[in-house]
Write a protein that binds this ligand. Sequence first.
Ligand code: NAD
Length: 357
Amino acid sequence: MEHFDVMEKYGHEQIVFCSNKESGLRAIIAIHDTTLGPAIGGTRMWNYKDVNEALEDVLRLSRGMTYKASIAGLNFGGGNAVIIGDSETAKTELLFRTFGKFIQGLSGRYITAEDVGTTVKDMEYVLMETEHVTGISKALGGSGDPAPVSAYGVYVGIKACAKAKWGSDSLEGKKIVVQGAGQVSRYLCEHLDNEGAVIYISDLVESKINRMLDSVKAEVISPEQVYSMEADIFAPCALGAVINDKTIPKFRFDIIAGSANNQLADEDKHGKKLLEKGILYAPDYVINAGGLINVSNELNGYRQDRALKQADGIYDTLTKVIEISNEQKIPTNLASNKIAEERLKKIGGIRKIYSGK
Ligand code: NAD
């Protein structure tokens, strides 16, 4: 499809191609929708095979951010950026400062943060050229690691699912398979352990598991065992696309709720399949919004207690998503899209009143 047709189909407002010979920067910034406020979303650095692949990714990611910010009740729109290049070898101060200049040129219409392939340090170079950046270290007045707030949001989200499924949100004695023992998982498992859940943990990296076992009681399972375990809850906290044609037939879970982005390999098909199988799925962008809540708080003078309070709202949001899914007999991922779109429509209406249009 031609670029303008794609923008029109999915409602993107603006795409900025950034190129600079001296630094080697080749980046794309996509602003999807600024109805609710300036577009916010991370910068991904990846060795894309060509510009089309990078463009496709940034268009998809930026649109996802509009939905995530909307349903989280934030006054931000959706945007994202991609830098084409190898994050292991191609990073320089000049590259990120040049990228910062391009962001500054958007005068606050887009606010960036770290994402796959970029780090707090990279964002600190961006900060040297623009104030429109979040995810900065605490030492420089930022919010630091978002994982504690992300994990807390996932924890309350799991509780909301439990309440809807079993009538009680207690996780005591519930068997929970957690995929990935990384940053979010580590804090999540502490909450689950404190509540007396029975945790089964898996990671590809042994040191991650060992670090987890220092503070949490859990049984270690192999990455291959994850999908076919018989358990109450599956919490994907590693990769995307883990809910797919191959894994769904193996599932013997009542609930799937975890932090990973893009869990459904195919949004339309696999959300429906989970509904048919009677598995309650917490839409990823609803339950993992704690990370976005955390960085967005940075813009108003960061306070973790305020970010955690906001992340608490994920419980009620998910409850509403599940109610709509039950009432309208639609997959939860479609129910959450509806809520996000409705808020955009309503607030868009108010904005028109204020601007006299
Ligand atoms: P992380 O890199 O710290 O942890 C991911 C872990 O998953 C790693 O330890 C990795 O070894 C492990 N892993 C990879 N493949 C695996 C497999 N097949 N089986 C088992 N383990 C495997 O990442 P994170 O920051 O904890 O984020 C986890 C997920 O949550 C990601 O999908 C991320 O996009 C999403 N997310 C994170 C945040 C945040 O605040 N960090 C916010 C929103 C969403």
